[in-house]
Design a binder for this molecule. Structure first.
Ligand SMILES: *Cc1c(COP(=O)(O)O)cnc(C)c1O
Length: 377
């Protein structure tokens, strides 16, 4: 049996979780949370980062910070996880879906401008598989129309666009530390990245149930009170402690994933040369993080047959997003701008292969052997 995913576990997580437990400070914003946030702020040169219980929550915070109101429009790809849309729909926004570029499966930046209306407030690029969207163009459009950009960088840990870490280019960014992502904070977790300073203070308030508790702890006010709307958007110390164990080993995790990704790529290249599959495309100015290994076959029928072949060998190969615009909530809360030329068609052709820290060459061989046999059928 080859799993599709195994949560990364590199060794020191238990030690740090136990340390947090024994410190008698296990609620949020303790020593491990601060250590993790500092690590991100230094490594990414980001003005402020805040750990959250999930990427979904980081996106919800972004929607609150941008004061999204009933009727505001938010532009994003339809080929994404539900949270990208949910966080904004929750505030009453109308979701405007735009087609993807089939080469990267990212939002087609050339279609964004025509989707803008007087109600548009935000563009949400999603960096699929940790490969960057065309951020220079997206930021230029946002500046011209006075819009905000929130990067859904859930899959973007350690990836860059023209040398800039994903999540640090838009006004706000969000990472996920779910167990399926490159690093996890014990199963669930996320990070809000604040690149526009005007949002820092209010983000701390929203995250602490609408109180100015963090200012109080820094001695900047002499009592704390309820000053704004908010919720509980901070993870506990046990999650931060688990994450710290992973961040310390980030390079080891990344190097291992990259080796697996490169091994898949090399072994499957002959199939691409025969015109049987399409391998992922990485634009020259993008450095990816081996978050995912996917490829595309001819159509849905071929994919179903191939997934059956993997299943028969107990190999966890899977498909991915069902486009949001055709889902029941997508129909209710959104609209697709223009024609769905690629979103549905490309999503139906895509296959994801097992990819996790600890996957070995023997297993990669086994996975590729199924594909080889399928190609010679
Ligand atoms: C994983 C993921 C999310 C959600 O992350 P959670 O931490 O599970 O809330 C959002 N968007 C994308 C693109 C994702 O891949």
């Amino acid at each position: 049996m080859i799993h599709f995913n195994k949560p990364p576990h590199v060794g020191n997580e238990e030690k740090y979780v136990l340390e947090a437990m024994k410190s008698l400070k296990i609620s949020g914003d303790g020593a491990f949370s601060r250590r993790c946030q500092k690590w991100f702020e230094e490594r990414l040169t980001c003005k402020k980062t805040l750990l959250t219980p999930s990427c979904t929550h980081a996106l919800e915070m972004a929607a609150l910070l941008l004061d999204i109101q009933e009727g505001d429009e938010v532009i994003m790809p339809s080929y994404t996880f539900v949270s990208t849309a949910d966080a904004f729909a929750l505030r009453g926004a109308r979701i405007v879906f735009v087609d993807i570029n089939p080469k990267t499966m990212n939002i087609d930046e050339t279609l964004i401008e025509r989707a803008i209306t007087p109600q548009t407030k935000v563009i949400v690029p999603v960096h699929y598989a940790g490969v960057a969207c065309e951020m220079d163009i997206i930021m230029e459009i946002a500046t011209r129309y006075n819009l905000f950009v929130v990067e859904d960088a859930a899959q973007g840990f350690e990836s860059t666009y023209k040398g800039k870490p994903l999540g640090t280019i838009g006004h706000l960014g969000a990472f996920s530390f779910h167990e399926t992502k490159n690093v996890t904070s014990g199963g669930e977790g996320g990070l809000l990245l604040i690149n526009d300073e005007q949002f820092i203070q209010r983000a701390e308030i929203i995250r602490e149930k609408g109180t100015n508790r963090s200012l109080f702890f820094r001695g900047m006010v002499d009592k704390y009170s309820w000053v704004d709307i908010g919720s509980s958007y901070l993870p506990c110390e046990l999650q931060a402690a688990y994450l710290w164990g992973q961040l310390e080993m980030a390079e080891v995790i990344q190097e291992h994933r990259m080796q697996s990704w490169n091994a898949y790529h090399a072994m499957l290249l002959p199939l691409e040369h025969k015109g049987l599959i399409e391998l992922p495309f990485i634009p020259e100015h993008c450095v990816h993080n081996a978050h995912m290994f996917y490829f595309k076959v001819k159509d849905l029928e071929q994919r179903s047959a191939l997934l059956e072949a993997f299943k028969a060998k107990n190999i966890g190969a899977v498909f991915h997003y069902i486009p949001l615009h055709s889902a029941p909530a997508g129909l209710k809360f959104g609209r697709f701008d223009g024609q769905d030329v690629y979103t549905t068609q490309e999503s139906e052709r895509l296959v994801r292969l097992p990819m996790y820290y600890g996957l070995n060459y023997k297993e990669i061989d086994e996975v590729c052997e199924v594909l080889k046999q399928w190609s010679e059928r």
